[in-house]
Ligand binder design. Sequence first.
Ligand SMILES: NC(=O)c1ccc[n+]([C@@H]2O[C@H](COP(=O)([O-])OP(=O)(O)OC[C@H]3O[C@@H](n4cnc5c(N)ncnc54)[C@H](OP(=O)(O)O)[C@@H]3O)[C@@H](O)[C@H]2O)c1
Length: 311
Amino acid sequence: MTSKVVQYRRYGGPEVLELVDREDPTPGPGQVRLAVRAAAVNPLDWKLRGGAMASGDAPGAPQVPGYDVAGTVDALGEGVTAFAVGDEVVGKATGGGYAEEAVADVRALVRKPAEVGWETAAALPVVATTAYRALALLGLGEGDHTGTTIVIDGASGAVGVVAVQLAVARGATVIGSAGEAHQDEVRALGATPVVYGEGLADRVRAVAPDGVDLGFDTSGYGGLRDLVALTGSPEKAITIADYAGAQELGVTFTSGGDPDDESRALAEALGLLAEGRLRAPTVVTYPLAEAGRAQDDNRTRRVAGKLVLLP
Ligand SMILES: NC(=O)c1ccc[n+]([C@@H]2O[C@H](COP(=O)([O-])OP(=O)(O)OC[C@H]3O[C@@H](n4cnc5c(N)ncnc54)[C@H](OP(=O)(O)O)[C@@H]3O)[C@@H](O)[C@H]2O)c1
């Protein structure tokens, strides 16, 4: 059988993405294949497509972007007992998620609660696992953190929206930076909003006269230096998006975690969502064929929220 997939054969703008037919992928040992119902766009997808993290002007083989997928298991690899054909699952694909059929490691998948729709489920894996991991590394993991004040730079972004809610639920006082247009959204999540960009530290001090304990840079737009100044130590800050800044300032850059920890975090976030205790980032959908437009809308932030492709 063949199915549609979005791929690129050279690095460049959204125009390098092409919708093609390919043979359905075969799941390897410990993997399943999914009939994809929804696949989310992450900033990493367009960064990789643009070649920012590669040398040369073309990858060695056609690349299918995307990690976040939700779908129905339709084939099992050797040794798979955790899932059966027909199971509704969500998690991270291996070898690309912008496809009608995608493969994923069983360890990277969890069951989709019936109460959570396909699009919302697909929006969650990368952002939820990242928010859980970064907060845990900062010492703001599970438990009561009343008395701790954290600044989340990029609180209106997909990772930021989840991180703010987790930190608030754990009792922390949260100050969240966002653009002018998203101040009310950040307030609605339980944080005190401030505008990001130059002068961030002064604006934070004005709303946190007793000081700031922790800083989480979710956006990578240069706020890391202010977070270190506010907390007084590079060890009290973390970034998921400013690798160079982390190197320069001695701050932890986190990317990827233990697959079992990631799955536990995703399952918990889905459970909170199903119970109405967590609000997912706003989802905006695009047909799979318009993956390039979706990536560019995310890159430019022309469209805020989590952009999700529907095969
Ligand atoms: N290391 C990891 O494991 C990992 C995992 C996931 C994501 N990431 C990275 O983390 C970043 C955020 O991902 P995401 O999915 O949350 O992205 P997103 O949903 O596109 O959000 C981007 C955020 O950046 C904010 N922003 C825009 N311009 C800014 C500026 N000048 N100063 C400060 N903030 C600014 C946006 O605010 P407004 O919309 O209010 O303007 C928004 O809050 C990306 O670079 C992504 O590659 C890393």
